[in-house]
Design a protein. Sequence first.
Length: 389
Amino acid sequence: MGGPLTQAHFPTASIASSASSPSCWTAGQVGAIRVDASNTAPLIRNGDFVRIAPDLDIWDAWPIQDADGTPSALDDGQSLWMALGAPPFPDPEERHGHARIHLISQDASGWRHLGPAMTDGFSPGSREWSGSAVLAPDRRTLTLYFTATGRRDEATPTFEQRLFRAEATLTRATGDYRLVDWHGLREIVARDPAQYMASDAGTGVVGTIKAFRDPAYFRDPQDGTHHIFFAGSLAGSESAFNGVIGSAVALDDTLDRWEIRPPLISADTLNNELERPHAIFHQGLYYLFWSTQRHVFNPSGPTGPTGLYGMVSNRLFAGWEPLNGTGLVLANPASAPKQAYSWLVLPDLRVTSFVDAWGTDGIDAQRFGATFAPMLRLRLDGTRAHLAQ
């Protein structure tokens, strides 16, 4: 299935009838995946990337954006990003237990680490996981949506995940940008146990952790409504592989009150984690993307490669169909199947990610790049998506 979408492609009756049930990502779709030159990322080699700082590993990253998703343009030509960061560890997996959100600037000379984004002791979690950030038109007022994992000062780290919002003021008093006057911390979306499994119900083993995390802000250009997409786990599933993409909608423009919605996309029985879901609006259609890894697919099969996946629809809450008929948008090369992860598609179709276990052997998990990967670019045409050459 391919080509441009039309209104006839999404019959009104089927959209209305599916509004309360998620669109399913199925084993049949994943089984049809074929990796070729159109969806294989270039091999990352030594010299293709630089570390942000010698004493900081970074991974999941996102730009400080305008409400329409565009990275915010500052007067001096800089852009600001946030990323999860931690000191380097002999085992890179240890970083997840020490993650904090860091502020990073980019200009023509490259990247510059500006330190932790939030004030020490402000976050309610024992660590901070992924989110998104929106800068107001005044270029001073910033709203951060983020995952608070665990509880501050807990004796043993837990995997409870909660979705929070906070505000800060962007300043530049001494040369570097800073976020000050953090305030307005509030949990914006409480988990609906009828729809979403408890995030601390799984184990701490990588690949088995349950999800209620990664809030990504999206403003619908069609009607101006405000939305959050997040990674979740389906309640009531009989499978250990019960990943879903959840959503919430703001009840008004104050963004103080949010209503949680049923899952939009379900990978129940197929895949445990649909991570960092996010949406863009392109040529009249909605595209919803997520990242996942080969080892979180149900081993009974079929399994897809570690990569960026996505679906397309003509409305936000129903009618989602997998891009390319399978969901796969891009994959790491077979010779380096773990070289990058956590892809984020920007409105101009650039794609950012971080360098993971890079190198041509594809097996050395200790070779952690821990910085921004080379930027890629997509082409989107209705139900079709592929890498731009």
